[in-house]
Design a protein around this ligand. Structure first.
Ligand code: NDP
Ligand code: MG
Length: 390
């Protein structure tokens, strides 16, 4: 039996992971499941999967979780420290699918105890790439990408030498507003930004897809995970979302990873790696697909990409600034405090403010420095939002 844990179990990636585990329950011994506010889902999955422990990220929800687990053998726990404790429990395979920088510490704990970490939480690599990789090295843990583009690149690189790679191309659907007239973008509503044309995902990443902040994070994730130089990484808009990434080699060959937009492929690949096993995903009928199209991402539509590129080149703690400011700006948009197009402006303001005091970006990549930087970036994003509100 493989010991497995899922952090962010109640979310979109978490539920897709549970769907795969349910198809072979005899193969898995579930150690920990974590959630946030969806206590009913967390308790129900913890019961049916017979988890050792269920953790909600929010201490004020502990009583509710305890009540929902009454009569079962599942332990209940709550809060950030309980997440770290649960991730430190020995497990063979751990899914990191909390949304946001909150996923960093549980992931580090899992890597520290030598687990294989299936990494959906791209924010970990964006905020603290070198620290995450070093923790894996020291703890004997291994990281497998779950983000569809990165799983695709990983698969295209099997059996290849990194030295023969010339380019890594990650695709972007273009998000909810890819065909909108630019002058209409300032009017984009939360409901409109929350509808993805191709993928069914959590609300935050769906809005980040509309703004391309998601792709900007993925640029940085690509550089950190595969250790390729920024100038080798390209983004292309591919509205069909069937090619997830391409790797270009020095002989001119491009290896593309093609498949339906279903995260159970990338999750299942990471679950069964290094083997391939049957997965319950649609088999593409290429004749009915008929055509695949591509276009250059427009700078004016997607300012987040330009910011992400600058951060990817800058390195140091700038990834933590970028992500922290982006998370707060997104909170602001979700709360109706700022408009859709204001998010990029807020993040740029915060980056500029840090850039004016470069010492802040060049500290050591320790957990403490990353957390402090994240905190300050959020504070400055709040200030920038207040200033805009006048
Ligand atoms: P969801 O919003 O659907 O789920 C997020 C999960 O994190 C839920 O379990 C949620 O709990 C929990 N959570 C929320 N806030 C906190 C917090 N402060 N501390 C701890 N846990 C918290 O997100 P997704 O599943 O869409 O995305 C998860 C991660 O995977 C993100 O990093 C995303 O970028 C990445 N990813 C997602 C893809 C997708 O297809 N969805 C594709 C590629 C990457 P609850 O819901 O109970 O409140
Ligand atoms: Mg992705």
């Amino acid at each position: 039996m493989r010991r497995v844990s899922i952090f962010g179990a109640t979310g979109s990636i978490g539920q897709n992971t549970i769907d795969l585990l349910r198809r072979a329950p005899e193969a898995y011994d579930v150690v920990a499941l974590s959630g946030g506010r969806n206590i009913a889902q967390l308790a129900q999955d913890a019961r049916t999967l017979r988890a050792e422990v269920a953790v909600t990220a929010f201490p004020e929800r502990l009583d509710e979780l305890r009540a929902a687990l009454t009569g079962s053998d599942v332990q209940a726990a709550a809060g950030p420290d309980a997440l770290i404790e649960a991730a430190s429990r020995p497990a063979d395979w751990v899914m990191s699918a909390i949304v946001g920088a909150a996923g960093l510490q549980p992931g580090l704990a899992a890597l520290g105890q030598g687990a294989t970490l299936a990494l959906a939480n791209k924010e970990s690599l964006v905020c603290a790439g070198p620290l995450v990789l070093e923790t894996a090295r020291k703890g004997g843990g291994r990281i497998l990408p779950v983000d569809s583009e990165h799983s695709a690149v990983f698969q295209a690189l099997i059996g290849e030498e990194l030295a023969s790679v010339e380019r890594v191309i990650i695709t972007a659907s273009g998000g909810a507003f890819r065909d909108w007239p630019l002058e209409k973008l300032p009017e984009a509503t939360l409901a409109q930004a929350s509808r993805h044309p191709n993928w069914d995902m959590g609300q935050r990443i769906t809005i980040d897809s509309a703004s391309m902040f998601n792709k900007a994070l993925e640029l940085i994730e690509t550089k950190e995970f595969f250790q390729v130089p920024p100038e080798m990484i390209e983004v292309i808009v591919h509205p069909e979302s069937l090619i997830h990434a391409l790797v270009g080699f020095n002989d001119g060959a491009l290896m593309a990873h093609v498949g339906p937009p279903d995260m159970r492929h990338a999750i299942g690949f990471a679950l069964h790696w290094p083997e391939r096993r049957k997965l319950p995903v649609e088999r593409l009928d290429l004749a009915s697909v008929a055509r695949l199209s591509f276009r250059e991402p427009e700078d004016a539509r997607y300012p987040a990409l330009r910011l992400g590129r600058a951060v990817m080149r800058r390195g140091g703690l700038s990834g933590a600034v970028f992500n922290g400011a982006k998370e707060r700006a997104l909170d602001g948009f979700l709360a109706g405090r700022i408009g859709f197009v204001d998010m990029a402006g807020i993040v740029e303001d915060v980056l500029n403010r840090f850039e004016a005091d470069p010492g802040l970006l060049d500290g050591d990549m320790t957990l403490e420095n990353v957390m402090q930087t994240d905190h300050l970036a959020r504070e400055w994003a709040d200030t920038a939002m207040q200033e805009r509100a006048g």
